[in-house]
Design a protein around this ligand. Structure first.
Ligand code: ADP
Length: 747
C-alpha cells in the first residue's frame, strides 16, 4: 500500500513537473525537433515542384530560405533542456524561442511567397494555402506548450497571406473577382480552424485538469485504504492489549451501562461479561464501604463526558472488598458526541494496606514521643521537688557552725546534688531539643559581666583540682550584644566544665574574641586545656548524644555524654557552632562560635549573684507561702528566718486564697501543683475576684518554658524554678516588695 502511494505521489509530481512553464517548454522543444524531418520533406516536395515547373535555381532558392529559418529554430530548441538545467530562467528561453519561431515562420513564408510568385496563378493558390494551412496547424498544435511562439507564427502567416493577396491585386493586376474569391477561401480555411484552436486551448486545459484530478483521486483512495488498514491493525492491537491487561477494563455506553469487560475484570471480580452487560457498575461492584461521593463523581463524569480519577472500595461477586484506583476516559464519535466511556481499574489494596500500616506506625511513634516527653517532664518535676529539699537543707547546714569534717560531708552532699541537677537539666534540655520545644530568646545584654559570671562560677571547681583558669578578652569585643545570654552561659559552663573535668594538671585557658571568618557579628570563645585529649577517630563522635570518647572516661570522670550534643545544637541555633581539635595526652581546644550582633540599646543590668538585698528592705512585710510539701515549707521558712518579715503558710490554693483575703500579704510564694486548688487557679481567683492584689511569685518544679508562660498568663509576677537558692529567693521577694512600694506611691 505504501508503495502504491509512493508511486502515485511520484506520478503527481511528474505531472506537475511536465506542466510547469519549464516542463511545457521542454515538451515543445522535443516535439518540434521530433518532426523536423517530416517538415523538411514537405518543403523539399514544394522545392522539387518548383525545380520541375519553373527552374532548378528557383527550387533551390525556395528550399534554402525555408531551411535557414528551420535551422535557426531547431538550433535554439536543441539547447533548451541543457540551459534550463544550468539555471537559465525559463522566461529568457521562452523569449529566445519565440524569436526563433518567428525566424522559422519567416522562412516558411518566404518559401510560400516564392511558390506564389513563380508558378501559374490557378495552381499557386491551392498549393500555397496547403503550405500556409499546414504551418498554421503546426503553430496551433504548439499553442498549449508555447503560446508566444504559436501566436508569432500565426501572425507571420496571416501577414504573409495578406501581403501576397495585396501584391496580386496591385502588382500583378489580378482580376477583382478572383481576388475576392481567394480572400473568401482563405477566410473559410481560417474559420474552420477556429474550433481546433479552441480545442487546443480550453479543451486541452480541461484534459489536463481531468488527468490531474484522476491522479489525485487515485492517491486519495490509496491513502484512505492505507489508513483503513492501519486502523484495523490498531484496533486489533488495542483489543489484544485490553484482553491481556492486568488492570480491569470496563467499557460503558453513554448512559453508563456496561458494554464489555476484559478477562482481567472477570479474574478479579468473578463476574462474566454476560452477567454484567447492560448493567450499571454501581449495581455489581459497590457495597457498604464504597464511597458514594466517588460514585457520584464517576456518574457525573460519564454524563458530562469529562475524564475522572478516584480511589474507592469495590466488591467481588462473593462480596470480598478490594481497593481500586479508577481512571475513567470518555470516547467521542466523529461528530463530537459521547460514544462510550472506558474505565480502567487498578487493584491498590496492597498499597492501601501499606499506607494504613505506615500511618499507624507514625501515630504510634508520635504517641511514644509524646509519652517520652511527658515522662521526662514528670521525672524532672518529681526529682526537682526532693532536690529542692536536699540543696536547700545543705545550704542551711553550711551556714550552721559545723566542725570541719561535718562541713566537708555537707559540701559533698551539696556538690553531688548540684551534679544531679545538671544531669536533670541536661536530660530536660535534650528532650526539649528533640521535640523542637527549645527556643532561643534574644535580649540586649552586656558581654563582659556575663563572661565574668561564668568564670567566677567555674573558678572554685578549677581551684579545687589545682588547675589555673585563665581568661583573656580581646579589646575589640562589643560591649552590648543581642542574643540569649542564658544559653551562652550554659554552653560555656559545659565546655569549661569539661576542660576542668578532663584536665589533671596544667591550666585551662579561655580566649574571647570576634570571628575573623564566618558570620559578621561572630563571637568566638576558644577553651584550651592541657588535659587527657581525645583520640582523632572520636573527635566528631563526642558531639553525638550519649557519646563519650571511651568507656573508661565515663567511669573515671562521670557524665551523661549529652553536654556537647546540647551545646553544639544550641550554638547552631544561635547561628554558630562548636568545633573541637585535640591531641591525645596533650590537650584539647573547643571553639564556640555564636552570631551575636552588637547593639546600642540599654543593656540588661548585670546582676551580681553574690550581693544580697539589705534586711531593711523586708521590714514589716508579710509573705504568704502556699506549698503542700512539708519539707519545702520548712526549707523556705529557714531560708527567710532571720529577716524582719512575717511568713505565713498555706497548704493548698484554696487556703492561700482565704489567707490573702484575710491577711492581705505583700508577696505570695505560690507552688504550682497543689491539692484542692492549684497555684494557677488560685492566682486567677485572686487576680479576678479579690481586692487584695499581692505580688505573686511562682515557686515550682515545673521548669518548662510553657510552665513559665502559663504562670505569667494566670497573672503571676515572677517565676522561681526549684531547687531554690537563698539568694534568688531573697532577691525575688525584695523585688516584689519594691514593685509594691512603687505602685502604692504611684497611687
Ligand atoms: P559528658 O562530659 O557528660 O560525658 P559531653 O557531651 O560534655 O558529655 O562530652 C562528651 C565526651 O567528650 C566526654 O565524655 C569526653 O570523653 C569528651 N570530652 C569532652 N570535653 C573534653 C575535653 N576537654 N578533654 C577531653 N575529652 C573531652
Amino acid at each position: 500500500m505504501a508503495a502504491e502511494i509512493h508511486e502515485l505521489n511520484r506520478a503527481l509530481e511528474a505531472f506537475d513537473r511536465r506542466n510547469t512553464p519549464a516542463g511545457l517548454l521542454v515538451r515543445y522543444a522535443r516535439g518540434r525537433l521530433r518532426y523536423f524531418f517530416s517538415r523538411q520533406a514537405l518543403t523539399l516536395f514544394g522545392a522539387m515542384v518548383l525545380a520541375f515547373s519553373v527552374s532548378l535555381q528557383t527550387g533551390l532558392l525556395a528550399m534554402s530560405v525555408a531551411a535557414v529559418g528551420e535551422l535557426i529554430d531547431s538550433y535554439l530548441l536543441r539547447g533548451v533542456e541543457k540551459q534550463l538545467n544550468r539555471g537559465v530562467p525559463v522566461q529568457d528561453l521562452l523569449r529566445k524561442t519565440a524569436v526563433s519561431a518567428f525566424a522559422q515562420a519567416l522562412g516558411l513564408s518566404a518559401f510560400v511567397a516564392i511558390l506564389w510568385l513563380a508558378i501559374p496563378r490557378e495552381a499557386a493558390l491551392l498549393l500555397c494555402l496547403a503550405y500556409m494551412g499546414a504551418g498554421a496547424v503546426n503553430a496551433i498544435m504548439a499553442l498549449a506548450y508555447h503560446r508566444t511562439a504559436a501566436y508569432t507564427r500565426l501572425v507571420v502567416y496571416g501577414v504573409t497571406v495578406t501581403l501576397l493577396f495585396v501584391a496580386d491585386f496591385y502588382v500583378l493586376h489580378y482580376q477583382r473577382e478572383q481576388f475576392f474569391y481567394n480572400i473568401a477561401a482563405t477566410l473559410m480555411v481560417a474559420y474552420t480552424m477556429l474550433p481546433f484552436v479552441s480545442y487546443v486551448t480550453t479543451g486541452r486545459l480541461r484534459d489536463l485538469r481531468q488527468q490531474r484530478r484522476q491522479i489525485e483521486q487515485g492517491l486519495a483512495l490509496a491513502k484512505a485504504n492505507a489508513s483503513l488498514l492501519e486502523r484495523q491493525r490498531e484496533g486489533r492491537r488495542l483489543s489484544s492489549i485490553a484482553e491481556n491487561a492486568d488492570d480491569s477494563i470496563i467499557m460503558l455506553d453513554a448512559d453508563a451501562h456496561t458494554l464489555w469487560v476484559n478477562p482481567a475484570f472477570t479474574r478479579k471480580t468473578g463476574y462474566k461479561l454476560s452477567e454484567v452487560v447492560g448493567k450499571h457498575p454501581t449495581d455489581y461492584l459497590h457495597g457498604p464501604r464504597s464511597d458514594p461521593a466517588i460514585l457520584n463523581l464517576f456518574n457525573e463524569a460519564v454524563r458530562t463526558g469529562v475524564p475522572a480519577h478516584g480511589e474507592n472500595v469495590n466488591y467481588t461477586k462473593i462480596g470480598a472488598p478490594f481497593w481500586v484506583e479508577t481512571n475513567l476516559s470518555p470516547v467521542f464519535d466523529e461528530h463530537g458526541n459521547l460514544e462510550m466511556a472506558i474505565s480502567v481499574d487498578r487493584d491498590i489494596t496492597l498499597k492501601k494496606q501499606r499506607e494504613t500500616e505506615l500511618a499507624e506506625a507514625k501515630r504510634a511513634a508520635e504517641q511514644g514521643e509524646r509519652a517520652k516527653t511527658a515522662f521526662l517532664a514528670t521525672m524532672s518535676h518529681e526529682i526537682r521537688t526532693p532536690m529542692n529539699g536536699i540543696i536547700g537543707m545543705s545550704d542551711l547546714l553550711n551556714e550552721a557552725n559545723l566542725n570541719k569534717e561535718d562541713a566537708l560531708y555537707v559540701q559533698t552532699i551539696r556538690h553531688s546534688s548540684e551534679a544531679l541537677l545538671t544531669i536533670i537539666n541536661d536530660i530536660l534540655d535534650f528532650s526539649k531539643l528533640q521535640d523542637g520545644h527549645l527556643k532561643i530568646s534574644s535580649i540586649a545584654f552586656e558581654l563582659q559581666p556575663c563572661l565574668d559570671e561564668v568564670m567566677n562560677l567555674m573558678r572554685p571547681q578549677a581551684h579545687a583540682k589545682g588547675i589555673a583558669l585563665k581568661a583573656d578578652i580581646a579589646d575589640n569585643l562589643p560591649r552590648t550584644v543581642w542574643g540569649d545570654d542564658g544559653r551562652l552561659r550554659q554552653i560555656l559552663v559545659n565546655v569549661i566544665g569539661n576542660a576542668i573535668k578532663f584536665t589533671e594538671s596544667g591550666d585551662v585557658h579561655v580566649h574571647v574574641g570576634t570571628v575573623e571568618e564566618g558570620p559578621d557579628h561572630g563571637l568566638e570563645i576558644a577553651v584550651t586545656d592541657t588535659g587527657i585529649g581525645i583520640p582523632p577517630d572520636r573527635i566528631e563522635t563526642v558531639f553525638d548524644q550519649f557519646a563519650q570518647a571511651d568507656a573508661a572516661t565515663t567511669r573515671r570522670f562521670g557524665g551523661t555524654g549529652l553536654g556537647l550534643a546540647i551545646s553544639r545544637q544550641l550554638a547552631r541555633m544561635m547561628g554558630g557552632d562548636v568545633i573541637a581539635t585535640s591531641s591525645l595526652g596533650v590537650g584539647s581546644c573547643f571553639v564556640i562560635q555564636v552570631d551575636f550582633p552588637e547593639v546600642n540599646l540599654p543593656a540588661k543590668r548585670a546582676v551580681n549573684p553574690d550581693v544580697l538585698p539589705e534586711p531593711e528592705v523586708f521590714d514589716g512585710a508579710t509573705v504568704l507561702l502556699a506549698e503542700d510539701n512539708r519539707t519545702n515549707r520548712f526549707l523556705v521558712q529557714k531560708l527567710l528566718k532571720d529577716l524582719p518579715l512575717t511568713l505565713v503558710t498555706a497548704v493548698n490554693g484554696k487556703e492561700a486564697v482565704d489567707m490573702v483575703e484575710e491577711l492581705r500579704p505583700d508577696v505570695v510564694l505560690m507552688d504550682m501543683s497543689m491539692p484542692v486548688m492549684d497555684g494557677l487557679d488560685a492566682t486567677r481567683f485572686i487576680r479576678n475576684r479579690m481586692a487584695a492584689q499581692p505580688h505573686i511569685i511562682a515557686l515550682t518544679a515545673n521548669a518548662y518554658r510553657s510552665d513559665r508562660q502559663a504562670c505569667m498568663e494566670a497573672g503571676m509576677n515572677g517565676f522561681l524554678p526549684k531547687p531554690v537558692r537563698r539568694a534568688e529567693l531573697l532577691k525575688a521577694v525584695a523585688k516584689g516588695l519594691e514593685s509594691r512600694k512603687l505602685s502604692t506611691s504611684a497611687r
